[in-house]
Design a binder for this molecule. Structure first.
Ligand code: ZN
Length: 211
């Protein structure tokens, strides 16, 4: 048997981290440095890092090819793996952007200023289309106030994407389903009722409006 830290263990560790990189869709310069799983606390911690000299996208203007200026460690709740909580940890670089100056770099797994990963947000938005946000909160183990922020941001983006001329007031609905059915939300001939359009940012397509 190979001793801990031997060639077999290193290879097994490399395979595991590669698997998580593929699952997260990470690309250069990002990689999974370490995957810590604690069965007692039912917690999975994925520690990400980036290759030295890697180039990043500016979080302000989206400009590419920016060098890291400094970093700050951050943590994001990710989708739970069955009953196990999962978190991503990473040093997020600030970049020196020629247009914006010093800005936080855009990371591929989360939106700027979001405390959740894109996958987590996608799950919340999808579930909120079918059930009350409070019920979604019970399932994903988050306070519904935090989830409402996600839902509201996607609703705002959907409204901004649609031609919403003439909409003066926007009501708060319990679920996207109520909005889609016309039971809540703005009433305007120009307003698209399909809130799921905003999920296009995840590369998904809505089956209702197919746009
Ligand atoms: Zn910029």
């Amino acid at each position: 048997m190979d001793r801990p830290g031997g060639a077999d263990e290193r290879e097994s560790l490399w395979e595991r981290t590669r698997l998580f990189e593929q699952a997260l869709g990470l690309e250069h310069p990002w990689y999974v440095e370490k995957a810590d799983f604690d069965p007692k606390t039912r917690k999975l911690d994925l520690h990400l890092n980036f290759e030295a000299g890697g180039l990043f996208e500016c979080g302000g203007c989206g400009g590419e090819g920016c060098k890291a200026y400094d970093t700050a460690r951050r943590r994001w709740p990710h989708l739970n793996f069955f009953q196990h909580e999962a978190f991503l940890h990473a040093p997020v670089p600030r970049v020196k952007c020629p247009s914006c100056g010093i800005r936080r770099a855009q990371v591929p797994w989360a939106r700027p200023r979001s405390g959740f990963t894109l996958l987590f947000e996608a799950l919340v938005v999808t579930m909120a289309a079918q059930m009350p946000v409070r019920a979604v909160g019970r399932i994903v183990g988050e306070h519904d106030t935090r989830l409402w922020r996600i839902v509201k941001r996607h609703m705002d983006e959907a409204r901004a994407a649609a031609d919403h001329g003439g909409v003066e007031a926007v009501g708060r609905a319990t679920t996207f389903a109520r909005i889609r059915s016309g039971a809540a939300g703005p009433r305007s001939a120009n307003w698209s009722p399909c809130m799921l359009r905003s999920t296009r940012s995840f590369g998904w397509r809505c089956r209702n409006c197919v746009t």
